[in-house]
Design a protein around this ligand. Structure first.
Ligand SMILES: [Mg+2]
Length: 229
């Protein structure tokens, strides 16, 4: 029987391997204020809902869609990044329970692990440093490392190329948002799983086409390892 086991796992960070604790929404509020959106009222409410719905996507793309103006989008994105990075320093950033162990177990089984994000590279680096995770994975990717962010397939396909998986159907993707699911499906991954430790619920993840929904990254690792020879 040919070995068709999973060779590469792409794991999202915030909400999937890293506890978010509402930091994205707090940073978004700072960004919305910087972009001139009134602090209360329908414009702020609908912007907040849009951010929830598009959680996981490249943040600059979200601000472009929301503000429709490149200068305002860049300004909002800078405010978001600086607010989020300040929050990283202010609060204790913790992994989702079992995340580090899951990554270690996957790599010990010979599976390559990429950590992916919709944040900028500098925010991702701050997050990795806060966790002491600079060397935990085989590869870490932000949208700017790949081309387009989620929901496009670029991040997962970049991981396939950089980590030399044999085929896209030997890839498993895990994320907490519908954007993660869309990315995994667009990239042709065989396992495109949603996790319930972050932004979106089981119904949303299933509607987006998730092949599996797991309680957390720990069960996801068990699922991938179960089919490993
Ligand atoms: Mg996420």
């Amino acid at each position: 029987m040919p070995d068709n086991s999973i060779q590469l796992v792409a794991l999202d960070m915030a909400g999937t391997t890293v506890a978010d604790g509402g930091l994205v929404l707090r940073a978004f509020d700072a960004a919305a204020t910087a972009a001139g959106i009134a602090p209360e009222g329908p414009e702020r409410d609908s912007a907040r809902q849009y951010v929830l719905d598009t959680m996981g996507q490249s943040k600059i793309a979200v601000f472009r869609a929301l503000l429709g103006d490149e200068d305002r989008a860049q300004q909002a994105n800078r405010a978001f990044e600086s607010a989020y990075e300040a929050l990283i320093d202010e609060v204790e950033i913790t992994p989702i329970p079992g995340a580090a162990e899951a990554i270690t177990a996957l790599r010990a089984a010979g599976i390559r692990v990429a950590l992916t994000t919709g944040f900028s590279r500098s925010t991702q680096d701050r997050l990795l440093k806060a966790l002491g995770w600079q060397d935990i994975a085989d590869l870490t990717l932000a949208p700017s490392d790949a081309g387009r962010g989620r929901p496009y397939p670029d991040i997962v396909l970049t991981a396939v190329l950089r980590l030399q998986a044999d085929a896209v159907d030997r890839v498993a993707v895990l994320g907490d948002t519908t954007s993660d699911i869309a990315t995994g499906l667009a990239a042709g991954a065989r396992i495109v799983a949603g996790t319930l430790t972050g932004a979106h619920d089981e119904a949303q993840l299933r509607a987006a086409g998730a092949t599996h929904v797991v309680p957390s990254v720990a069960e996801f690792a068990a699922l991938v390892l179960a089919e490993h020879p």
